[in-house]
Design a protein around this ligand. Structure first.
Ligand code: ZN
Length: 135
């Protein structure tokens, strides 16, 4: 099986400010993070696509007990990108004790941050990080 977009290529894109994912050639589904097959129709015929780093928060939680390498507390949110996919990452620029339901629906710019290596990973990774826009 070949992967049209490897994790390493995805990670390198994020490190350079490019939000790279996939689009299914069979049904048009936008896919992010990259997978080996379309989660909607199962087709392996996927093409690399660049996504706009913009979206809105759909839900969030405050992490108070974290995995090794992370420093809690911090806010984790699900964001619906303007182009469709839902992605998860940390929310920057907000104190966890100030996170209220008013976060839901807020516009964010999607960036990334380094994720520390732990006992279960193959080394340092990268994860999505969201910056709140406006008020
Ligand atoms: Zn598909």
């Amino acid at each position: 099986m070949t992967y049209p977009l490897t994790y390493s290529e995805y990670k390198d894109g994020l490190a350079n400010g490019v939000l790279r994912g996939l689009r299914c050639s069979a049904c048009g589904e936008p896919i992010l993070p990259p997978t080996a097959a379309c989660p909607k129709c199962g087709s392996p015929d996927l093409k690399v696509a660049e996504f706009s780093p913009a979206g809105r928060i759909t839900t969030f939680t405050v992490v108070r007990v974290a995995a090794a390498g992370f420093r809690p507390p911090f806010v984790v949110a699900m964001v619906e990108l303007d182009q469709g996919p839902w992605v998860m990452g940390t929310v920057k620029g907000i104190r966890p004790d100030a996170a209220t339901m008013s976060l839901i629906g807020r516009r964010v710019k999607v960036g990334s941050e380094r994720a520390a290596a732990d006992a279960y990973s193959g080394g340092e990774g990268v994860s999505l990080a969201f910056e709140l826009e406006g008020r």
